[in-house]
Design a protein around this ligand. Structure first.
Ligand code: H79
Length: 430
């Protein structure tokens, strides 16, 4: 098997799962201005310390998060074990900057793993390669760093190799202390910091020795390196198993240099921030998210949808409400999502197609008459059913259809679609 084939096989369950929950949670939930607050407001380590001293998530109950994820139809989750601010939600032996030493007084990652696993949801760890807290992480002149313009925060006496060792040590802890981990999600490489700068080959060899089946995202590698590598059968180990477009659904899905599809996952915020942002009410509707998910699946990809719990450990009510609404639709129509992918047909004017084997799902957003016209499928379909309730739909030809011998006509009885979000019609192919 080529490297590309190995990666395709390893990610099979992920393509089946299609929909996951991203969770951004850390000290930044207290200032509540998003997870980049240390950088955007140039807050020093010393000033930021007050959030560490204060952190006390009295309502942290990941069983509630897991139930909500399950209800929404999500099959896997990815939690920020450490974000760019360097704060660790887990009990690491290599730092004091961890939840164990806050008022929380315990390993919060452990409870997350147990709660989500109990709901049958696969477990992912996000781990930031950037670390604005570690004394050996370089920052003066680094455009990513909060203190980048402050010569008082120079790089003197910083030993980058120490930082990389710290990163390797923490990854070893994460992959040793919590049982089987399904996804490791690094964030991110930039400038000269990619691939072997992270001692990437050695790191991935360790990861694979600890968790042979774990799925790795592509961010240990820089974009250019990945794009070059995708032309080849042999990839660097750190190239990862799937692509991770952020805040965008790639217009034509994602393929490798040979034009073959690769596994990919779009990650998206529910409002305009990843971390809790109290002023940000710009939430996407359930309809927008569902259509985004369908867009991803129709192009062979996944959607990792973010929630940003607040400082007390609760998912904001607005996010919860949207996820519950998504769950209603997923309960009725999830079959058109899980394990489905590109139908290999042109996108219809009325909506989208997804497909799994010999079942084609028509996602109908707009109709203009009471019969749905399915181009080119006149003789290809055995029967049509409403996905939500299994009701039979008539495929009889209207009296005036003689001029359109190749088109399939499905009688929807009414121009009002039963589901204004996305009415799914199941077409069993011959
Ligand atoms: O963890 C989430 C983000 O914090 C992280 N990746 C996702 C999954 C990330 N998003 N963008 N970036 C990293 C790249 C940096 C973007 C920035 Fe900015 C533009 C940093 C400063 C300007 C975004 C906008 C953050 C602050 C303002």
């Amino acid at each position: 098997m080529t490297d590309q084939e190995i990666r395709w096989e390893r990610t099979a369950w992920m393509r089946e799962a299609r929909f996951g929950m991203f969770i951004h949670w850390g000290l930044y939930a207290i200032p509540a201005r998003g997870e980049w607050v240390r950088s955007t407001e140039k807050i020093t380590v010393e000033e930021y310390q007050k959030y560490f001293d204060e952190f006390d998530p009295v309502y942290y109950d990941p069983k509630k998060w897991a139930k909500l994820a399950k209800q929404a139809g999500m099959k896997y989750a990815v939690l920020t074990t450490k974000h760019h601010d360097g704060f660790c939600l887990f009990d690491s032996a290599y730092t004091d900057y961890k939840a164990t030493n806050t008022k929380a007084g315990r390993d919060l990652v452990k409870e997350y793993v147990e709660a989500f696993r109990a709901e049958g949801i696969k477990i992912g760890f996000y781990y930031s390669l950037l670390d604005w807290h570690h004394p050996d992480y370089p920052h003066y002149g680094d455009r990513q760093h909060p203190m980048r313009d402050n010569p008082e925060y120079g790089n003197e006496n910083r030993n980058f190799d120490n930082y990389v060792t710290y990163l390797h040590n923490q990854v070893r802890e994460l992959l040793t202390h919590y049982g089987k981990i399904d996804i490791l999600w690094f964030d991110f490489s930039y400038n000269a910091l990619y691939g072997e700068a992270w001692r990437g080959t050695e790191l991935v060899e360790m990861i694979r020795s600890l968790q042979p089946d774990i799925i790795l995202n592509d961010r240990l590698s820089g974009d250019a390196a990945i794009n070059d590598a995708l032309q080849e059968d042999i990839l660097p180990m750190y190239a990862g198993d799937f692509q991770s477009p952020e805040q965008i659904v790639p217009p034509a899905g994602v393929t490798n240099g040979k034009g073959d599809p690769v596994t990919w996952e779009a990650c998206m915020t529910l409002n305009d921030h990843w971390g809790y942002a109290v002023f940000d009410h710009n939430y996407k509707s359930a309809k927008t998210v569902i259509r985004m998910l369908v867009d991803c699946v129709s192009k062979g990809g996944n959607l990792l949808l973010n929630v940003g719990p607040n400082a007390k450990g609760e998912i904001p009510p607005a996010s919860k409400k949207i996820l519950e609404e998504i769950g209603v639709w997923m309960h009725e129509n999830g079959e058109s999502i899980y394990g489905c992918g590109n139908a290999g047909l042109p996108k219809p004017a009325w909506g989208y197609y997804t497909r799994k084997d010999d079942v084609l799902y028509a996602h109908v957003y707009d109709i203009f008459t009471s019969s749905l016209v399915v181009e080119g499928m006149a003789n290809a379909v055995e029967y049509a059913r409403m996905q939500a309730d299994g009701a039979e739909l008539s495929m009889s030809r209207p009296w005036n259809s003689a001029k359109y011998p190749n088109e399939l006509f499905i009688d929807l009885h009414d121009v009002q679609l039963p589901d204004p979000i996305d009415t799914v019609i199941r077409l069993k192919l011959k």
